[in-house]
Design a protein around this ligand. Sequence first.
Ligand SMILES: *Cc1c(COP(=O)(O)O)cnc(C)c1O
Length: 357
Amino acid sequence: MEIQFTPTATPKEKPKDESKLGFGKIFTDYMFVMDYSADKGWHDARIIPYGPLALNPASSVLHYGTEIFEGLKAYRTSDGEIRLFRPWENIRRMNNSAERLCLPEVDEEFVLSAFDRLVTLEKDWVPHEEGTSLYLRPFMYGNDPHLGVHAVHDATFVIICSPVGAYYAEGINPVKIIIEDKDVRAVRGGTGYAKCGGNYAASLRAGKKAEEKGYTQVLWLDGVERKYIEEVGSMNVMFKIDGTIVTPALLGSVLPGITRKSCIELLKSWGYKVEERQLSVDELVAAIKDGKLEEAWGTGTAAVVSPIGTLCYENVEYTVNGSKIGEITQRLYDELTGIQWGRQPDPFSWCHTVCRA
Ligand SMILES: *Cc1c(COP(=O)(O)O)cnc(C)c1O
């Protein structure tokens, strides 16, 4: 499929102060859009000036939440390349999410070529300062203009880009997390493994309550027994217990993070024992009380790793590793960011070069 291009008449000014970018507040000049209909398949691929999308008020996304998304970053390396980190994993995951929500799947090669075209066009928007990047947000939504409830026949796929700041502009600070024992995010058989807007809609109330109590995010328990650890906010979670790394297994309700997968592959290559299994909150609390919980951290594209310094469960606060970043958490952070920004070799061939900067 050809990608049509419409140049903008009013290019925006690039942000001057890259230390104030924040996350997802500024968008670039262009976006990629393509449409799907049952009879035509994907069609009308185009790169057009960033701006509002037309939406029929009956569109299924507005009524039934037929929406999925992805998140990945383009990095400017020290030797003058623009790179993406494991983009084919994002595209594959988007297709898994699409299958779950009865949205149409995309051609993986074609979407990668769309990333390349868009990022090449917007390469001057990839910020320069240490730790900054261009965040890509691909998303897809159902566009059927009928209120009947059925699988999607019409859809739209969009990619927008946002220059984002260094996540840890003030150094890595361990976060305070509260274990949520009432609301749940997802259940097995539901949409937990899909990256869909609906999962976030369901999570906001607990997130708000946690913030009001002074916690950064919630740690979710399983939706059936409120017994097993699932993930933390928009990150997967890992624990070092008595020398072994333990992370919840992917049993359908946990989002299969690409950072999670990369951490597991790195940890195994360093000789650590990694267990993907069910971990009950009782086992975790017992490990804390026995002094065996050595480190805890979240993993995700935005922060890479986020050390957990405090865990609250049933109104008791527990401190992890003296509320300092642990040795493995730091090593994972250094290694992954080193690979992403090209400061270190890429032994697993995780990076995809888009263009010369
Ligand atoms: C996106 C996401 C993650 C992290 O996935 P990455 O691919 O590592 O960025 C974890 N949990 C949830 C709920 C997510 O939406």
